[in-house]
Design a protein around this ligand. Structure first.
Ligand code: 26Y
Length: 819
């Protein structure tokens, strides 16, 4: 037993209470009689952290002997959500903590509510990274998630007069008890300057990079516990600091401004997360951020492996490095630089190591999201990397010429450099060339990748490509978020389901048991009551828990088509106005999601939702029939209240646009039925839960391409469909938001361009919504479908995704270490 461990990490309620009080007094310097709820949170967090740390330390020791190859997940974004409740769940300490605090008259829920979540990501990609760390720890794989410790994460969203207003996120202001600063893991990262050829001691020519600037990277570690597991994952985030606090030369000459300039510039690197997703802009600071954390991560891995006594040329045996999209794709050139320039490997040897180490996950087909950096910008910031990229490209294009002689167009398409106009470095091409494996995030997406964006790479290296369908952690998104359902599942399927989600199948035989069905409905209704209370608190809107909760929560994006959902809402409204007796079941439409601050149309879509909300909720004619809510500040914490209360999950993106989606999985897993297109993982969800338990509509990806190719004319749809005409005219009429001009840009966009084919899918969507209403009016049939959704979603646990990665991509054996 580790000395001292029993005092701080005892697992009885009395131990926990004592440790909690000790932390309150000794670590925080607070008298119990004067402590606030936030103090209680910090004290409990420190207490729980001790438990997690103890496991972490032991698992790292063990890892050295049991698992040679570790996984490094490089991601510019992580969205872990609040830690405390999740750790308690993973450690099996929730009840104990509740009891320990209860003995002091403290309410655990109130303590949990104090935590500020780290919003270090935009949406799906960042949340996926956090689900994967959770699963890596749970299935027992040694891993590190490398990223950036943004001082300001994604903005908090408030709604003022119906508009999104961004408020700075200050997640570190109350202190962050989860992270541990690692002075021993500091790294230096160079920028700018020039390169020189020098002769080393052995008489070999080497390239020496003389930088203009050096920045310090400081490591902050956050342990990520696994469910019922002795393994801990590590989230290691880098904070940038100036190497010297001041430029003393400038300072001594009285040039104070210039003296602090450098310090400020260095610290700016990890200052703020860019709030755009799916839109690449060539912002230099973003490239600096990407290189900064990627370089810190790779240097750190080399350091760790040298501590293990392993030479640089066996890097690939020690590390499997996953690139979460192209954001860390500069890793290809950086690893080459470190191996060739710093560790003196020959080019070819270094290239073999690099290619055996790295793998690349693509998360998007949208052309506007593909990262390309102007050659001049990249060369100015990273002169040595540009040289390396050119050299990689030269070797690569030779290979292409050999495979496809005389095909210059193919050469131009494959090249790492886009030379069609201004010259750009294509990061997806760089990632493909430097990787062992390339994967998409759902079957359809991986297929479309091979057919479109990466078609030439797929022709060259068909075996490099694979699919790993995304997954979500059932710990946070079922057990923690939906304890009522969790209890029912445990009672019916046994207690192992959170770590073995296929066990959910065991509830299927109970589908036709009336008692089970009524318990199922009771759980859902209770979740809806809780959400209704939260909605009232946050928006002042009263909603009926018995109504159908129709939910669309995700980033606001045209391709995700929140405005298609709104067309349906308004069509229903107009129908109810015309025909007050219409047989339409009561519905509550719930929207949530942030818009990128500079995304004009996305902000108008939010405004349309809030305008619909104002109009409909205050119209007595439709009282008790439909309500519309825009739930402000959709984040991980709020998601945990919303998913469990969803009856209907809106997954209505235009087919071929959503790489996977993961909210679709979270809602179906919590018993929602999906209305959706054949897009992303919807396709696989529908296969899993059964077509009869899924409301399908819309064009498929092939039909989308054909329609666009044939010259799509949205105005024809408008002209020929009276219902569509009525609702579009209504939006443009000024009846919503009280201003005729307000939604003109949206209306004009739909009538003249409609790039995401809303008008083409409108009718199919209405029909599918009609089927939703009909099924809802048969509660037994609805409940049956709801149960089957949960029962058959086991495949979508992120544990399965991680096992797939281990097998298909990382070549890591899973030796589950049971406690
Ligand atoms: C280039 C930069 C501006 C950028 C920043 C963030 C580009 C993209 C992103 C984030 C993308 C993202 O979240 N993609 C989503 O990844 C999920 C996980 O794989 C998918 O489920 C989802 O379909 C996809 O949109």
């Amino acid at each position: 037993k580790t000395p001292g461990a029993s005092i701080r990490t005892g697992t009885g309620a009395d131990d926990l209470r004592q440790a909690f009080l000790d932390n309150l007094v000794c670590a925080l310097g607070r008298l119990p009689s004067h402590a606030t709820s936030h103090d209680h949170y910090l004290a409990l967090a420190l207490t729980v952290r001790d438990h997690v740390m103890e496991r972490g330390v032991k698992s790292f020791e063990r890892g050295d002997t049991q698992q040679i190859r570790r996984v490094a997940y490089l991601s510019a974004e992580f969205l872990p959500g609040p830690h405390l409740g999740n750790h308690l769940l993973n450690l099996g300490l929730t009840g104990t903590a509740d009891k320990a605090l209860d003995g002091l008259g403290i309410d655990l829920d109130q303590v949990l509510a104090q935590e500020q979540e780290p919003g270090l990501g935009n949406g799906g990609l960042g949340r996926l990274a956090s689900c994967y760390l959770d699963s890596l720890a749970t299935v027992g794989v040694q891993s590190v998630g490398y990223g950036i410790r943004y001082e300001f994460g994604i903005f908090d969203q408030t709604i003022r007069d119906g508009w999104q207003v961004e408020v700075t996120d200050k997640w570190l202001h109350g202190g962050n008890p989860w992270e541990v600063y690692r002075p021993g893991a500091v790294q230096e990262v160079k920028f700018g300057g020039h390169t020189e050829v020098v002769t080393d001691a052995a008489g070999r020519s080497r390239v020496h990079w003389v930088p203009a600037i050096v920045v310090r990277g400081e490591a902050y570690d956050t342990p990520i516990s696994g469910f019922d597991s002795d393994t801990c994952a590590l989230m290691r985030l880098w904070k940038s600091e100036a190497v010297e606090s001041f430029d003393f030369e400038a300072f001594n000459h009285g040039d104070y401004d210039r003296a602090v300039e450098q310090k400020v510039a260095s610290e700016n690197l990890s200052k703020v997360l860019y709030p755009n997703d799916e839109l690449h802009r060539g912002k230099e600071l973003r490239l600096k951020q990407q290189y900064f954390f990627t370089s810190c991560a790779l240097q750190d891995m080399l350091r760790i492996q040298s501590l293990r006594g392993s030479p640089p040329d066996s890097f690939h045996r020690n590390w499997a490095v996953q690139l979460n999209d192209t954001h860390p794709a500069i890793a290809v050139a950086e690893l080459m630089r470190l191996l060739v320039d710093v560790h003196a490997l020959e080019w070819d040897a270094a290239w073999s190591v690099t290619r055996a180490t790295l793998s690349y996950t693509n998360h998007t087909l949208l052309p506007e999201a593909l990262e390309r950096w102007p050659v001049d910008m990249l060369g100015g910031l990273l002169p040595r990397h540009l040289e390396i990229i050119y050299e990689i490209n030269a070797h690569f294009l030779d290979e292409v010429r050999a495979a496809f002689p005389g095909d210059d167009e193919r050469l131009a398409r494959l090249s790492l450099i886009d030379e069609s106009g201004l010259r750009y470095v294509r990061m997806a091409n760089l990632a493909c060339v430097g990787s062992q494996t390339v994967n998409g995030v759902a079957e359809l997406h991986s297929e479309l990748l091979r057919q479109t964006v990466l078609v030439d790479f797929a022709a060259l290296w068909p075996d490099k490509f694979t699919n790993v369908t995304n997954g979500v952690t059932p710990r946070r998104f079922v057990a923690l978020a939906n304890p009522g359902l969790g209890k029912l599942l445990t009672k019916t399927a046994g207690k192992s389901w959170p770590g073995d989600l296929d066990k959910l199948r065991k509830i299927e035989p109970h589908t036709d048991d009336p008692r089970f069905r009524s318990e199922w409905r009771e759980v859902k209704l209770s979740n809806k009551r809780q959400l209704a209370a939260l909605i009232a608190e946050r928006t002042g809107i009263e909603v009926a828990p018995e109504s159908l909760f129709d939910v669309q929560v995700k980033r606001i994006h045209e391709y995700k088509r929140q405005h298609l959902n709104l067309l349906h809402v308004l069509t229903l409204y107009l129908r109810l106005k015309r025909d007050p007796k219409a047989d339409i079941p009561a519905r509550t439409f719930i929207f949530g999601g942030k818009a990128a601050p500079g995304y004009f149309l996305a902000k108008r879509i939010i405004r349309l939702a809030t305008a619909a909300s104002d109009l409909i909720n205050n119209d007595r004619d439709v009282a008790g029939r439909i309500k519309v809510v825009f739930f402000p500040d959709f984040n991980v914490r709020n998601a945990q209240s919303i998913y469990p209360a969803a009856d209907l999950s809106e997954q209505v993106s235009l087919a071929g646009m959503e790489a996977s989606g993961t909210g679709n999985m979270k809602m179906s897993l919590n018993g929602a039925l999906t209305i959706g297109t054949l897009d992303g993982a919807n396709v696989e969800i529908r296969e899993a839960v059964g077509a009869e338990n899924f409301f399908l509509f819309g064009l498929n990806a092939g039909e989308v391409v054909a329609l666009k190719r044939g010259g799509y004319r949205p105005r024809d749809r408008y002209d020929s469909d009276p219902l569509l005409r009525e609702v579009i005219d209504f939006i443009g009429s000024g009846a919503l938001g009280g201003d005729v001009d307000l939604f003109q840009p949206l209306v004009a966009n739909l009538l003249d361009h409609d790039p995401y084919l809303l008008l083409a899918d409108y009718r199919g969507y209405l029909n599918a919504q009609q089927r939703v209403s009909e099924l809802w009016m048969d509660p037994e049939a609805w409940t049956r479908a709801s149960i089957l959704n949960t029962a058959r979603m086991g495949r979508f646990s992120s544990d399965r995704s991680i096992r797939d990665y281990c097998q298909r991509v990382w070549n890591v054996n899973i030796k589950k270490q049971k406690k």
